[in-house]
Design a protein around this ligand. Sequence first.
Ligand SMILES: Nc1ncnc2c1ncn2[C@@H]1O[C@H](COP(=O)(O)OP(=O)(O)OP(=O)(O)O)[C@@H](O)[C@H]1O
Ligand SMILES: [Mg+2]
Length: 270
Amino acid sequence: MSAPASRPFYVAVGNEEKVFKAAFRQGLSVLLKGPTGCGKTRFLEAMAYDVGRPLITVSCHDDLTTADLVGRYLLRGGETEWVDGPLTRAVREGAICYLDEVVEARQDTTVVLHPLSDHRRQLPIERLGQILDAAPGFCLVVSYNPGYQSVLKDLKDSTRQRMVAIEFGFPTPDVEEKIVAHEAGIGADAAAELVRLAQAIRRVENGGLREVSSTRVLISAGRLVAEGLSPREAAAAAIAGPLTDDPHVSNGLREMIDAYLTGPEAGRGN
Ligand SMILES: Nc1ncnc2c1ncn2[C@@H]1O[C@H](COP(=O)(O)OP(=O)(O)OP(=O)(O)O)[C@@H](O)[C@H]1O
Ligand SMILES: [Mg+2]
């Protein structure tokens, strides 16, 4: 993985950059909390660039084993050979290791994180009978979406309390407009229109949506606008469609789209 040539585009929303860099310098682990599409991954890409460390990302899922993270013996040409997993590589290289959606991983997998995420900064590799000290620059970062946690899954307190938490919400409208305009390549007015719609959707409480419109869906809508779709068509396809399958909720969203956006109406019945 080669470092990006220029800083990934990230607009700070609060003091998150300051908190991250302080934690990084102190060798503390970091927990990024926030809904989907609010900039956690992009933030970390920008931070990795700023602190000059490689970023190794692991998407967690419930089949992820400790061996997937730490490494395993593989057969190569009749010989067994130890191959480091992504976590071990990060520990050796002094990279930032990002465990995305860490609550998806089983707890017996995440136990290996404990000695790494506290003052010891050590990774025990049982199969090798070794304990590795993390190289300078190693930083463990995990993310999770508190909105999903009710599904019985939560981070163990013993894991959480080893970390510094940074909470992500949606950016303020002026910042979000800038992000949408930049990422979608559309004008400030078109971006502002989409952000106003998103603000309205986010204000509706108990609107039947599991997740509200994220910055990510606004960018997708903006990209469709850049391709020549009307704002209404773009929002129907990129915002209403992905957010819900419920016809009732979907109608409500279509009404908001018609109220907040201009242009030819989105085709109905598709
Ligand atoms: N503050 C920001 N500055 C720049 N771009 C942003 C910002 N917030 C969000 N974005 C944009 O929104 C998109 C989605 O953000 P990102 O992929 O980082 O979300 P995420 O929080 O990691 O979501 P998930 O939990 O689904 O992985 C990014 O590709 C980026 O274009
Ligand atoms: Mg992400």
